[in-house]
Design a protein around this ligand. Structure first.
Ligand code: ZN
Length: 252
C-alpha cells in the first residue's frame, strides 16, 4: 500500500491537539471528509498555509498502525481571506462545512467538493448581499445532492405549473412536509407558506447556471421564506440541529 498521496483539499476546520499539533478536518474529492494531524508549532511554515477555508493540493502520509494521517505539505491555490472580515461569510462558510462534515460529503465526495469549492470561490468574489443568495443556491443544490429536493416546478396535487407566466405572482403557495412537495393555494395549506414569486425563484434556481441565477430578483420576504424551508430540509434530513444555524441566528 502506498502510504503517501496527494489530493485536492479544502481546509474545513482546525483544532489544537496537544501542545504543538493541530487536528485538521479537510474535504477531498476522492475520500470526502478526512481527519489529519499537522505537526509543528505556530512558527511552522506549513501551519501558515494550512488555515481554515484555504483550498489547494495537500500531501498526506498514512500510518495504518497508528490509524493516523499526517499532513506533509500543502500548496495553497485559493485563499478566502474575505471570510474573516465579514461575519455573514464566516457563518455561511461554517454552515457549509458543518453540513459537509455531518452528511459525510453527502455520500458523493466529488460533487460535494465541487459544490463547496464553487460556493467558497463565488463568495470570495461577491459582496455580502450576493453571498446571501449564494448560500441559498449552495444549500438548494446540496439538498439535491442529498436526494431530498422536493419537486418544485408544479403543484404536487393538481399539477399546475409554477413556472408558467400566468401563475399569479402575488398569491401564496405551500411547502408540505409530509409529502415533501409544494402545493398551490387551491389545493390546500401546507406546513410552510411562501409567496408564488419566491417559489418561482426556487424553481428557476434548479435550472439556471450560477451566473444566470445571480440576475434573478427576489424580495426580502420571499428570501426569508425560502431560507426557512431550506434550513428545515437540511436539518430534517440529518435529523439534528446545525450548530452554525443556532449560533448564527440573526446573522445568517
Ligand atoms: Zn394545486
Amino acid at each position: 500500500m502506498n502510504r503517501s498521496k496527494s489530493s485536492e483539499a479544502i481546509i474545513l476546520s482546525l483544532h489544537a491537539s496537544g501542545e504543538n499539533n493541530t487536528s485538521v478536518t479537510l474535504l477531498t474529492p476522492e475520500d470526502g471528509v478526512l481527519y489529519a494531524t499537522l505537526y509543528g508549532g505556530p512558527k511552522s511554515r506549513l501551519r501558515s498555509y494550512v488555515s481554515q477555508w484555504n483550498r489547494g493540493t495537500i500531501w498526506l502520509y498514512s500510518n495504518p498502525e497508528k490509524n493516523q494521517i499526517k499532513i506533509t505539505d500543502f500548496e495553497v491555490k485559493k485563499y478566502h481571506n474575505s471570510f474573516s472580515q465579514n461575519l455573514f461569510k464566516l457563518y455561511a462558510a461554517s454552515l457549509a462545512a458543518e453540513i459537509a462534515i455531518k452528511t459525510r460529503a453527502a455520500g458523493s465526495p466529488e460533487q460535494c467538493f465541487r459544490l463547496l469549492g464553487g460556493f467558497f470561490d463565488g463568495m470570495e468574489l461577491c459582496n455580502e448581499e450576493q453571498s446571501r443568495l449564494g448560500l441559498i443556491r449552495f444549500l438548494w443544490r446540496f439538498i439535491e445532492l442529498l436526494g431530498i429536493q422536493p419537486p418544485v416546478h408544479c403543484c404536487g396535487i393538481c399539477g399546475k405549473s409554477f413556472i408558467d407566466v400566468n401563475f399569479a405572482k402575488d398569491g401564496l403557495s405551500y411547502y408540505n412536509v409530509n409529502e415533501n412537495n409544494f402545493i398551490c393555494s387551491e389545493c390546500g395549506e401546507g406546513s410552510f407558506a411562501l409567496s408564488n414569486s419566491a417559489l418561482q425563484y426556487l424553481a428557476a434556481l434548479s435550472v439556471l447556471t450560477p451566473a444566470e441565477a445571480r440576475k434573478l430578483q427576489i424580495d426580502k420576504n420571499g428570501f426569508e421564506q425560502i431560507k426557512q424551508i431550506i434550513f428545515f430540509l437540511i436539518e430534517n434530513s440529518i435529523e439534528q440541529k446545525l450548530n452554525s444555524i443556532e449560533s448564527g441566528l440573526g446573522i445568517l
